[in-house]
Design a protein around this ligand. Structure first.
Ligand SMILES: Nc1nc2c(ncn2[C@@H]2O[C@H](COP(=O)(O)OP(=O)(O)O)[C@@H](O)[C@H]2O)c(=O)[nH]1
Ligand SMILES: [Mg+2]
Length: 220
């Protein structure tokens, strides 16, 4: 088999399983969110800021993806929600989650009993966008410290997402940037995407994100 054929087979297998995962979610009325973004953009901190209010209204779980360590899963489990850690080290250290990694993790947290599951993908602005993992909604997280042109340079994640979070807005005064340039760059890639400018460290900023998630998380 040629290398191209092998890659195509892997992708087809992944996408088929992703469809099954989405159907599993549909059947159990569990809404799956795939949170993607660079390492350090603030994905886990955002989750820590919104989970306490979100879990008041929804039975929720989190799947954490990292190459190694259970650091993020430990941070989320401390909030008393069902959490599973996926480490890609044993899958060759891949820079994205794949459907075959996500399915057992969802089963481990009994996703079918839950209303909402948020999957924090491996920190990377490129690879995760190429792999469907069966989520109903993709969310792209980028921090404003990364430079306003990053979405334009790495468009696929923003093209494939329903929401873009521009995080670390509290640092704006220290940066010599025009945040609206970043917003315009994202809208150019995907005019339909919702955009939230926020700081994971400001509890009030989490309210808008909670609202966005709640609007899409249907109740059982
Ligand atoms: N100033 C500031 N720091 C943040 C914010 N969100 C996250 N951080 C910090 O950024 C670092 C990486 O955050 P983390 O949530 O682990 O990023 P992840 O790799 O995307 O999950 C940590 O030191 C956080 O405290 C924010 O909104 N503002
Ligand atoms: Mg994290």
């Amino acid at each position: 088999m040629t290398k191209v054929k092998m890659v195509r087979n892997v992708l087809e297998k992944n996408d088929k399983l992703a469809e099954q995962i989405r159907e599993m979610g549909d059947n159990s009325k569990t809404v799956l969110f795939n949170m993607m973004g660079t390492p350090g953009a603030g994905k886990t901190t955002l989750l820590e800021s919104i989970i306490p209010a979100l879990k008041e209204d929804y039975k929720m779980g989190v799947v954490e993806g990292d190459v190694a360590t259970a650091n993020d899963a430990d941070r989320i489990a401390a909030l008393d929600v069902a959490t599973a850690q996926v480490n890609t080290d044993r899958f060759g250290g891949t820079c994205h989650l794949g459907s075959e990694m996500v399915k057992p993790a969802l089963e481990k947290i009994n996703y079918d009993q839950l209303d909402i599951v948020i999957i924090e993908n491996i920190g990377n602005l490129i690879c995760p966008a190429h792999f469907d993992i069966g989520a109903h909604y993709n969310i792209a997280v980028v921090s404003i410290t990364e430079g306003v042109d990053k979405p334009a340079k790495y468009p696929l994640m923003f093209r494939n997402s329903k929401l873009a979070i521009l995080n670390k807005i509290d640092l704006l005064e220290h940066l010599n940037i025009d945040i609206e340039e970043m917003v315009a760059g994202i809208k150019q890639i995907n005019p339909d995407i919702d955009i939230l400018k926020m700081s994971a460290l400001q509890p009030n900023d989490g309210i808008a994100l909670n609202k966005w998630i709640k609007k899409r998380g249907r109740r059982k």
